[in-house]
Ligand binder design. Structure first.
Ligand code: GLN
Length: 534
């Protein structure tokens, strides 16, 4: 089968859930046995989001091959239930970088290098290479931003040309738009959708399918109106209504026969979709029999997107444990005394300290670790959270007064967390952390070994600092267990202690490998222990 291409654009406003819509289309096509891949285009000039502040960008998602990516890649992997790589996320920064490098090498043979055709050709080749590389049946490419953004123009132009290059039945355009309900008038308003489609058509793209985000089902009249003004058949005006559980979206699309429409539009013949496992997951997610409350203690708590994969991983694990997940967000800057601590954490079932960078909120995190250790509350520390566990243990159990990470105090007498020699000389900030999959051996008879039920794992990393090898012996003598270690024995990947129901820290990010149909074992067991304490 020739490779087919679907492009998903967004209109009216951002944050309509284009990533989830794209993932849902991916899942639907995969359920017909098609080999599908998903790709995100980010029109910003950064080469990747790795150097961006979480307030700018939300979470930085890491692939197993070590690319720092947009958080939509997380949705893609969770819905498709397989791993993607660095080619699945492209940015303007990467495109220009590569065109300018080619120009300096003289590869354009004296020509003037222009947006059309040089930038657009580079974009098209990145899209097509993805399809050809793994003999993929369908590449679904989501274009970040909103139609009308200046920086998105070259991408839309490239995508327009793709239909000419690849043939009419090999390319499909899907546009996600907003249909707001105006309470005072008691009406849905279709004008914003009409305008955004007009904008797309002005650059030569006639959408084949419209996904209309709305807070309830559209009526026949509205559908007709949208169909007529936007030049899209009525059955291709699909409702993307608000739902409680994002994993329900593919089922809502399937109910409206979106998958059939796409297959027809792309000339693909296939029998029925197999969505049984997915339906079962959604059913379980919607009717759990108990509740588990987890405190997430970080410094970006007002910005939930910064913890996207953690929230999803907790959710998958809660569903698998037949529990409704209740999250309590704790700003670690605000835990000033024991009373505040008890008020914040006394009633929760489990405590999680996620990753982070920089000094702010770290002392609060360390105090929270102590509270969880002393009160035997199930605790999971991720990356910086794990480093805080080591600092806390060093200070309060191993008698190393003022122990710290050199990220926060480079004159500490006990630098229990420090840069490894390889990191010291690094000048460039982009893409230079310990990134992506790293192997880790699990100690026999440890909790980590029990959790993973195997002796060697691979998990994804994103950090610069490590447990300082100098302190492993004194900390171990005082009872800290380094239960996950790199094969050469130099890098400490998991810590735990005994005499506690669950006190586990991982230098890696287990949240990146959690999927609805396959929760990450660390999260699964953390939730399980949290429920046992109830
Ligand atoms: N700031 C820490 C480091 O660079 C932890 C990073 C993280 O939590 N992702 O090692």
């Amino acid at each position: 089968m020739e490779t087919k291409y679907i492009f998903v654009t967004g209109g009216v406003v951002s944050s309509l859930g284009k990533g989830v819509a794209t993932s849902s289309i991916g899942l639907l096509l995969k359920s017909y046995g098609l080999n599908v891949t998903l790709q995100k285009i980010d029109p910003y000039i950064n080469v990747d989001p790795g150097t961006m502040n979480p307030y700018q960008h939300g979470e930085v998602y890491v692939t197993e091959d070590g690319a720092e990516c947009d958080l939509d890649l997380g949705h893609y992997e969770r819905f498709l239930n397989y791993s993607l790589g660095r080619d699945n996320n492209i940015t303007s920064g990467q495109i220009y970088y590569s065109v300018i490098t080619k120009e300096r090498r003289g590869e354009y043979l004296g020509k003037t290098v222009q947006v059309v055709p040089h930038i657009t050709d580079e974009i098209k080749s990145r899209i097509m290479n993805l399809g050809q590389k793994n003999s993929v049946d369908v590449v679904i490419t989501e274009i970040g931003g909103t139609v009308g953004d200046i920086e998105g123009q070259p991408f839309l132009e490239a995508v327009r040309q793709m239909r000419i290059d690849c043939g009419r039945n090999n390319v499909l355009y899907v546009h996600l738009t907003l249909v707001p309900y105006i309470k005072a008038a008691r009406e849905f308003k279709t004008k914003p959708t009409q305008h955004s489609v007009r904008e797309l058509r002005a650059i030569g793209i006639q959408p084949d399918i419209l996904l209309c985000r709305s807070d309830s089902w559209l009526t026949g009249d509205e559908r007709k109106k949208i169909s007529m003004f936007c030049n899209v058949p009525e059955n291709a005006v699909i409702d993307a209504i608000d739902v409680e559980c994002i994993y329900e979206i593919p089922l809502i699309f399937h109910q409206q026969k979106l998958d059939g429409l796409i297959l027809k539009g792309l000339d693909i013949e296939r029998d029925d979709a197999d969505l049984a496992e997915w339906e079962l997951f959604v059913e379980r997610a919607k009717s759990p029999s108990r509740v588990v409350e987890i405190a997430v203690c970080g410094k970006y708590v007002e910005l939930r997107d910064a913890y996207k994969s953690i929230m999803e991983a907790l959710y998958h694990a809660a569903v698998a444990n037949d529990a409704r997940l209740k999250l309590k967000w704790i700003d670690t800057d605000r835990i000033e005394d024991e009373v505040a601590m008890e008020n914040a954490l006394g009633m929760v079932n489990g405590i999680l300290v996620p990753g982070g960078f920089g000094m702010r909120g770290v002392e609060g995190k360390i105090r929270i670790v102590r509270y969880a250790r002393e009160n035997k509350k199930p605790f999971l520390g991720i990356c910086l959270g794990m480093q805080c566990m080591v600092i806390e243990y060093a200070r309060n159990v191993a008698g190393m007064k003022g122990a710290n990470s050199t990220e926060f105090d480079d004159s500490t007498s006990y630098p229990v967390i420090d840069l490894m020699p390889g990191q010291r000389s690094i000048k460039n900030m982009g893409g230079t952390m310990r990134l992506g999959n790293w192997p880790c051996c699990l100690e026999s008879r440890s909790l980590a070994r029990k959790i993973y039920a195997t002796n060697k794992i691979q998990e994804r990393h994103r950090h610069r600092y490590e447990v300082n090898p100098k302190y492993i012996k004194p900390l171990t003598e005082k009872g800290m267990i380094f239960s996950g270690v790199s094969p050469n024995g130099k890098l400490m990947e998991i810590v735990e202690i005994s005499n506690h129901p669950f006190f586990v820290g991982t230098q890696f990010h287990p949240e990146f490998t959690s999927r609805p149909l396959a929760p990450n074992p660390v999260f699964y067991n953390f939730i399980k222990s949290s429920l046992e304490k109830i």
